[in-house]
Ligand binder design. Structure first.
Ligand SMILES: Nc1ncnc2c1ncn2[C@@H]1O[C@H](COP(=O)(O)OP(=O)(O)OP(=O)(O)O)[C@@H](O)[C@H]1O
Ligand SMILES: [Mg+2]
Length: 509
């Protein structure tokens, strides 16, 4: 085994030509060594003393120095120490006599010699020693090369590690920024938005959601719905079975809920409060319907007006002639019926006609109400209807006659609602900023639930035939719109209904 290692080491030494420097003052010794070392097939260099040897070393690459101990000038130990100091890779072998044990000790301590060889030497031992020194040189050189390579690799690894650390840091920062961007976007959306698991547990949600749910943002993760609700928001589970979009009326608000699947049983749910939108659409729809009906009614009224005029005129002409009492009675009934029809037609025409600009001016609403009550005095006279006036100053710009007609219609409706016995409160005064109101409240039965959508429609009436045309409120609606105002109603908690007409306040000049 050992021989095999040597052989392979030797082959390395032979493959790369080694060079051995022998330093000895004895010519005979040098020659003898040259002969022995020829078998090691290395370049043989020689010097008679240390100074020459050092010159050679400065010029030539040398792997092994074999030096005599006793030499003139610098002795072998000192020489090898210098060699070690200048060329630490060179392997050093000391040739020494049996008597020089102290020198060997010193050599070992001071110059870390590789081996020493006793004089006289055994040739094969010498050859082996030198060969070992050469192998040691190559091994150490290889070690150094490997060490250098290792150091370079280590440095490269450290650099790669640093690069990786920097990349990781940059990625982490990018991720943090991205998360922050998403969070900001998430919260910048005013509509409530949440990732909800299992239909009822919040994974994450934005601040819009937190506001409606009535919790702090920090309490959102893991929040579970109670009573099918997250505060003011409906829980999506009962609603989003098949369709990804549902409109839900919940706690007096209308929510459009949209759900997007998000992996597993999680959903992204977006809530949009469409209460106002719905109301606007409903009003627009109503306004369009009213305008169409208004035009229709106007056309019909015109067509009826002429024949009606004819009927009235002829009935009156005929009544001037001698007639039996029965005929006179019939003519009177014809006239009455025609008059009633004419009043309806006049109302219809008023309903469909836009007021002319010159008919507009400053209007004092308390006065309008007083005049309306004066006109209605005969209807209210029997004393069983109490009219309460709460008339605070309120002025608008518009057509006083038309506004009076609004007051009359509302008060007549209220009187009819209380059926001749009850209390009516008529109020004028300031409304929202820049607005004024006229309102009429009664303590009748209120507006029946099934008809709330229809009461402003022309010809919609619940009154018996001959008592109501169903035009009153539609005329009020039209007039309020034309004045840049609106009309609404509410059923009062204590019973009865209140109609409120809101108008722009008169501009101060
Ligand atoms: N104060 C009120 N209380 C309860 N219901 C009302 C009240 N005002 C109006 N209504 C309801 O609204 C319907 C429509 O009213 P509107 O004034 O348009 O027509 P009308 O009173 O029936 O007929 P007209 O006013 O042409 O004589 C009424 O028939 C009634 O059902
Ligand atoms: Mg009416």
């Amino acid at each position: 085994m050992e021989a095999k290692v040597r052989t392979s080491s030797k082959s390395v030494a032979l493959a790369r030509e080694a060079s051995v420097l022998v330093v000895d003052d004895d010519e005979h010794v040098r020659r003898s060594l040259r002969r022995v070392l020829r078998r090691a097939s290395c370049t043989f260099l020689e010097a008679p003393e240390a100074a020459t040897a050092l010159e050679i070393l400065a010029r030539e690459p040398v792997n092994v120095v074999v030096s005599d101990y006793r030499m003139p000038g610098m002795d072998g130990v000192e020489f090898l120490r210098v060699v070690k100091e200048r060329y630490p890779a060179i392997q050093r072998v000391l040739l020494t006599g049996q008597a020089d044990t102290a020198a060997i000790e010193e050599a070992v301590n001071r110059s870390e010699i590789f081996r020493f060889i006793w004089k006289p030497w055994d040739e094969s031992h010498l050859l082996l020693t030198v060969q070992d020194a050469i192998d040691q040189f190559w091994t150490m050189e290889e070690n150094q090369r490997l060490q250098a390579m290792l150091t370079a690799r280590q440095a490269e690894l450290e650099r790669l590690n640093r690069d990786l650390d920097a990349k990781l840091e940059a990625r982490t920062e990018a991720l943090r920024l991205a998360a922050q961007e998403w969070r900001t976007c998430f919260d910048a959306i005013a509509d409530p938005l949440a990732i909800i698991r299992g239909g009822c547990e919040v994974v994450r949600a934005n601040s819009g959601f937190a506001r409606q749910a009535g919790v702090a943002v920090g309490e959102l993760p893991g929040l579970r719905c109670t009573g099918h609700a997250f505060g003011q928001l409906p829980c999506p589970r009962p609603y989003l079975g098949e369709s990804p979009e549902r409109v839900v009326t919940f706690r007096n608000r209308v929510w459009l809920m949209r759900a997007f699947p998000f992996g597993g049983d999680a959903l992204v749910v977006v809530y949009k409060d469409v209460t106002q939108e719905r109301e606007v659409t409903r009003r627009l729809f109503q306004a369009e319907k009213m305008s169409a009906l208004g035009q229709l009614a106007g056309g019909v009224a015109h067509e009826i007006n002429n024949p009606l005029g004819g009927i009235l005129a002829f009935a009156q002409i005929m009544a001037q002639d001698e007639r039996s009492p029965d005929d006179q009675e019939s003519l009177r009934l014809i006239s009455d019926a025609a008059m009633r029809a004419k009043r309806i037609v006049d109302s219809l025409l008023r309903f469909s006609r836009a007021p002319k600009e010159h008919e507009r001016g400053p209007v004092d609403l308390p006065r309008v109400v007083e005049e309306a009550l004066l006109i209605l005095q005969p209807n209210l006279r029997d004393g069983k209807v109490t009219v309460v006036r709460e008339l605070d100053p309120a002025r608008t710009t518009g057509n006083a006659n038309q506004l009076q007609q609004v007051a009359v219609n509302l008060i007549v409706n209220a009187t009819q609602a209380v059926q001749g016995k009850g209390r009516i409160v008529v109020h004028t005064g300031p409304g929202a900023p820049g607005r004024v109101v006229i309102s009429v409240a009664d303590d009748g039965p209120g507006i029946a639930a099934g008809i709330t959508e229809r009461i402003f429609e022309p010809f919609f009436t619940t009154k018996p035939e001959g008592q109501g045309t169903g035009l009153g409120l539609s005329i009020c609606y039209r007039i309020a719109e034309e004045h840049g105002g609106s009309i609404r109603f509410e059923n009062l908690r204590e019973g009865g209904a209140r109609f409120v007409v809101e108008l722009p306040a008169e501009q101060a000049t």
